[in-house]
Every structure is written in C-alpha cells, then in structure tokens.
Design a protein around this ligand. Structure first.
Ligand code: GN1
Ligand code: MG
Length: 373
C-alpha cells in the first residue's frame, strides 16, 4: 500500500468531501497561519473556496465544546446581523450528514476533529498594525464583536481551555517547566539559553495577580480572548475590518483580556517572533488608536472596566511572555515553531514590550482616560 502523509492533499480532499461543498474538491492547500490548529484552503469544482481546519486536540481537551460554542456564536451573529452580512461573520459548512463537524480516526487510534467554514473572498490579513488607522479599525471590530455577543442567550459559553487567562496558573506551569528542564540535559540547554528571560519574568511576577485582585469589580463578559490583528479579515479593496475570526477561545472573560491582547500584539512595530526587539516598544499613536477604536466599538464598559484596561495590557503581555518561555523550556510542544529558539524570541519581544509599557504606565492611563467614546 502506498504510504500517505497524514496531510497529503488527497487525504485532505477526502475529508473535505464529507462536507457540503456543492461538488468535489479540486485542490487543498495548507495555510500556515496560527500557532495551534491546522488549516487548509479547499477549492471546489463549482469555484467556491472553503477553510477546512483540524482542531488541535492537545490544546483543546474538549473539541465538542469548542464546536458547540462556535455553532452558538455563528448562529447568534447571523441572527443579529441579518442575511446580507455574510462577509462580516463566519459561516460553518455542515457535513453531508448535517453535522457541524466531523471526527476521523487517526492511525494511532485517537480522533481528529474537523470543521469547515465558507472562505470570505477578497480579504487580507496582517501580522501587525501598520498604521494607527488600521489599529483603530481592528480594535473597533473586536469591540463590536463583544457588543454583538452581549445578548447571547444563556447559558454562558463553555470554557474551552480552563484557566486560559489565569496568569497565576500560567506562572505555576512555568515553575513546573523550569523544574522539569533542570532534570534533563536537553532541558538544561534550553534553560541556559533563557537565563535572562527566566530572571525577567520572576522580577515581574507580582503583576500576575493584578487583574484577579480587581476581578470582583469587573463583569465577566463574552470576550474573544485572542485579539491579535491576524484574527481580523480586512476588505482587500476598502481596507475595512470586515470579520473577526478564530472563535476557539471566545468564552466568558474580562474586557481587559481582549484590550490587553490588542496592546500586546498591535501597539508596537515588532513581529511576534522578531529576532531583535528594538521595534517592541509601545507607540503612543498606535496605543491611542487602539483605545479609541476599542471604546468606540464596545461602548458598554463600566468605569471599573475602563480603569482595568492598562492593567490588562501589562498582565496579558507578561502572561504571553511566560507562555512562550514555558513552551521553550518544554521543548516547543504547544506553539508551532519553524526554527529552534523561536519561542524564546517570541518571549523576548513580549518582555521588551512589557518594559516599555511599564515605563509609560502613567501616559497610557491618561490616554485611556482621555479617549472619547
Ligand atoms: C495562539 O493559534 P493562534 O495563533 O490563533 C494562542 C493564543 C496566543 C497566540 C499568540 C489556544 O493563537 O492564546 O495569544 O497564539 N491560542 C491558544 O500569537 O493557545
Ligand atoms: Mg487563536
């Protein structure tokens, strides 16, 4: 029998054929986007294109809950935005059996979980905000997305990754990774490469409790939880921020998580995995655009939530530094890497940004206070 790679186009097309694509698939091309799931663009003979994704079962312990959430979110957005809004929201493609996802068995005996979306054509994605205008549009789109979910009928969405933004817990996972790294030669090599970063996260550890300490004052809302610019589709012609994508971690959380993620990913000019960190400094113009865009799009924040936004930026940037560092120590098992040391580079970018956020803490708070809604 011919040996097939797990993801050769034939295999992917066979899986795509189990979804209602209106005709056989003619091509499947892997899209190297995101650090977690595997994505393929599938073209059909009828000329439509689709996004087929395999959910990472190591990261999402319960893919059924992920999909149950996404079914609820996409239906709610369709209902709220109306039938003419197809480019402004994700649309799941059902399987030929009328299910919203499909499970396949792997050679190792475990299961793969697949889902398909209609591809929204004539859009572009960005890896970082190139202008304040773009940062404003992205932040406004994430704010609007939260607004659209304010009246999502109960019950609350499933917590697809428990404790996702529990920063104290993230530090505990880091402690475990550090202890485990000390116990092996390869682990010790990785630890030695990261001595400065290990020190730096220890220095800032007190910040980890900042949001949880204020949480009694902060309403839990349905938030996106991964507000980076690459999760927005921009219209290729008009540049409009059309659609928020990546709904896997949309679940109950704090507005400060989302704003914090926007700042950590869009308030500076460094790529997430830049090898040198000079661009990882907060740019007040980008930051102002983010605050204005988010406040404009969300429009529902309480005074306490508004006061928590800069703390969100500090905590989320630190948390992401700790997550990348933990994965470096673990041997790159969580975030996809293309080269050795990439997670350590990612961690360095976050730490450099954190230093600059801390240095301008007072300015940033004044910007948020002064931002008009
Ligand atoms: C991961 O898969 P992707 O690239 O959308 C991660 C986020 C991180 C982000 C950093 C489930 O998102 O939490 O902030 O990378 N998602 C998960 O770029 O861990
Ligand atoms: Mg994501």
């Amino acid at each position: 029998m011919k040996a097939t790679r797990r993801d050769d186009p034939e295999t992917v097309l066979r899986i795509a054929g189990r979804f209602r694509t209106g005709g056989p698939g003619t091509a499947a091309i892997e899209l190297r986007a995101g650090h977690i799931n595997d994505s393929f663009v599938v073209s059909s003979a009828a000329g439509s294109r689709f996004l087929l994704q395999r959910i990472n079962g190591h990261v999402f312990p319960n893919p059924g809950q992920v999909m149950a959430n996404i079914v609820r979110i996409t239906r709610h957005l369709e209902h709220r935005l109306g039938p003419a809004s197809a480019r402004r929201r994700l649309t799941l493609v059902p399987t030929v059996d009328g299910e919203m996802w499909r499970e396949t068995a792997t050679e190792g005996g475990s299961a793969d979980w697949w889902r398909m979306y209609e591809l929204i054509e004539d859009t572009t994605t960005e890896l970082r905000a190139s202008t304040p205008e773009q940062a404003f549009l992205a932040a406004q789109a994430f704010g609007r997305f939260e607004t659209q979910l304010v009246d999502l009928p109960s019950p609350p969405l499933h917590e697809t990754i428990p404790g996702f933004h529990d920063t104290l817990n993230r530090f505990e996972a880091f402690d475990r990774a550090l202890a485990a790294a000390r116990a092996s030669a390869a682990g010790n090599d990785r630890r030695r490469q990261a001595i400065a970063e290990i020190r730096s996260v220890a220095v800032h550890r007190d910040l980890a409790a900042r949001l949880s300490a204020a949480a009694h004052d902060l309403p839990r809302r349905t938030v996106h939880n991964d507000c980076k610019i690459s999760n927005i589709l921009f219209d290729r012609t008009t540049g409009e921020a059309l659609c928020v994508v990546d709904l896997d971690t949309t679940m109950p959380g704090l507005a400060a998580y989302d704003f914090g993620d926007m700042v950590r990913s869009m308030s500076h000019r460094a790529d997430e995995d830049a090898r040198e960190t000079s661009g990882a400094r907060v740019d007040p113009e980008l930051f102002t655009a983010l605050a204005q865009g988010y406040l404009d799009g969300s429009g529902f924040l309480t005074a306490a939530e508004r006061r928590s936004l800069v703390d969100g930026a500090l905590v989320l940037t630190l948390e992401q530094a700790v997550r990348f560092l933990t994965d470096h120590l673990d041997g790159d098992v969580y975030f996809r890497v293309e080269r050795p040391g990439q997670n350590l580079d990612r961690c360095r970018v976050q730490l450099a940004l954190l230093e600059s956020l801390l240095a301008r803490d007072g300015d940033l708070r004044r910007i948020v206070e002064g931002a008009t809604t």
